[in-house]
Design a protein around this ligand. Structure first.
Ligand SMILES: Cc1cc2nc3c(=O)[nH]c(=O)nc-3n(C[C@H](O)[C@H](O)[C@H](O)COP(=O)(O)OP(=O)(O)OC[C@H]3O[C@@H](n4cnc5c(N)ncnc54)[C@H](O)[C@@H]3O)c2cc1C
Length: 406
């Protein structure tokens, strides 16, 4: 069987690997000259266990995320090998409840406990599935002294140490690219803009543009993993969107922490428009602060092609705005001067989600992320990963849909 995968982000690459593994011949199309150069590379790599989604009290988002999270490392291990550097993770995150959280602190704390019980239950059949972390221990509440040592205690009103980690998406990207380059049943069509996918008699034809030339290539099945280009193509083939969506352009800042300086703990500030610190190995640190890092919103079917690495003045605005805001709550960042971080990278991309209002609205649909996954119309299959966390899980689901259950 010949399958076209449209979009070479993490979702497209994982779907290609899952289907090629089951014997399909897969061609990945991407408009860029290399795989994994957009959102799949420009995110912070948190492999969500569900703690972040206290805004969804149905627990459906938490349940969805934990299923994805528990599939993530086993999938990468299977395809990249158990010794791959892509499997290295950050320091586990402390969930810090912000003074201005959108729910009372005790309710959020109760939510974290409930999510933990679900995770422990889910993980029971394969206790090492989440990067070998022990998921049986409940989140540990930081003492007042610990909280004051890591965070401004006026702003950080409560804090819980969890087992949740992040991967470095650049390292994963490199490993996945190498794996795909070596795969005998996967080929790539890079520098090819996908315009349409037509269902014609007994085949699907992918229509595109490569430089000034037109592309029309036949396949048995087509998988749409275009992320921010997904809805536009869905509409073109007759899969109607039928509800409000929003594309948000979000950036984050990465840099090497000065040697010898005390590094901040990995931390996620909840619940609302706050941010995160991720401490990876070798001093690599990632910061994101929602008001400073979300720079555009588009409700078009396809958003503009926002720059992954913005130029000045936007780069400096994001860097300075993020550091200034986060110094208030994370004392370990106070000694950092943006001018002394010339190598800092500001990178980001589109986040696509259902919803009409931004997360400043506690009732926004953006606080939940479970209506995602694979939708099919005949031989056309559209995959909305929702989060990076979900890409391997939906890749297998997509392979089930296209090729039958493994
Ligand atoms: C700043 C930021 C932080 C994030 N943090 C996290 C996190 O910590 N944890 C988490 O789980 N998720 C996170 N996310 C979300 C996550 O990055 C995305 O859900 C996920 O990466 C999207 O799937 P993808 O990797 O396939 O997308 P992409 O990498 O964007 O892949 C889509 C590909 O399609 C190509 N394409 C699009 N249109 C066309 C076209 N018409 N023709 C040809 N090619 C086309 C693009 O070039 C691209 O390569 C974050 C996102 C951002 C922006």
């Amino acid at each position: 069987m010949r399958v076209a995968v449209l979009g070479g982000g993490l979702q497209g690459c994982c779907a290609a690997l899952a289907m090629a593994d089951r014997g399909a011949h897969v061609t990945i199309f991407d408009r860029n000259d290399s795989l994994l150069t957009r959102a799949g590379a420009a995110n912070e790599g948190k492999i969500h266990l569900g703690y972040m989604y206290a805004g969804d009290r149905s627990l459906k988002t938490a349940r969805t995320m934990m299923i994805g999270a528990l599939s993530f490392e086993p999938f990468l291990k299977r395809h990249l090998g158990a010794a791959s550097p892509a499997l290295r993770t950050s320091a586990p995150a402390t969930y810090v409840i912000h003074r201005d959280a959108q729910q009372p602190a005790d309710e959020i704390a109760a939510y974290l406990g409930t999510v933990h019980s679900l995770i422990a239950e889910q993980a029971a059949s394969d206790p090492s599935a989440y990067f070998g972390m022990d998921l049986t221990a409940p989140p540990r509440r930081l003492s007042a002294a610990e909280r004051a040592a890591g965070f401004d205690p006026e702003l950080a009103v409560d804090a819980y140490q969890t087992a949740e980690v992040a991967i470095d998406p650049m390292v994963v990207g490199e490993a996945v690219r190498a794996c795909i380059a070596d795969h005998p049943r996967i080929e790539t069509r890079l520098g090819c803009e996908v315009l349409d996918a037509r269902d014609e008699a007994d085949q699907m034809t992918v229509i595109g543009r490569e430089g000034s030339g037109a592309v029309a290539e036949p396949f048995d099945q087509v998988v749409n993993a275009l992320w921010c280009g997904r809805l536009a193509l869905n509409e073109a083939v007759g899969l109607e969107t039928g509800r409000a969506w929003v594309h948000r352009l979000k950036y984050g800042v990465s840099f090497r922490f000065p040697e010898g300086a005390e590094r901040p703990p990995s931390a996620t500030f909840i619940l609302g428009p706050f941010g995160e610190v991720v401490s990876y190995g070798e001093g690599l640190t990632y910061l994101t602060w929602y008001p400073a890092c979300v720079r555009a919103i588009s409700r078009d079917l396809a958003p503009p092609q926002w720059a992954t690495y913005p130029d000045d003045p936007l780069r400096s605005e994001v860097l300075e705005g993020t550091l200034t805001a986060m110094k208030d709550i994370v004392p370990a960042l106070r000694g950092l001067d943006p001018a002394a971080l010339p190598e800092a990278t500001v990178k980001g991309g589109a986040i696509v989600a259902w919803g009409a209002t931004d997360i400043y609205d506690p009732g926004s649909e953006l606080h939940r992320r479970y209506e995602i996954g694979v939708t099919s119309r005949g031989r056309f299959h559209s995959v909305d990963p929702g989060k990076l966390t979900m890409a391997p899980y939906f890749a297998e689901q997509c392979a089930d849909r296209v090729l039958g259950r493994a």
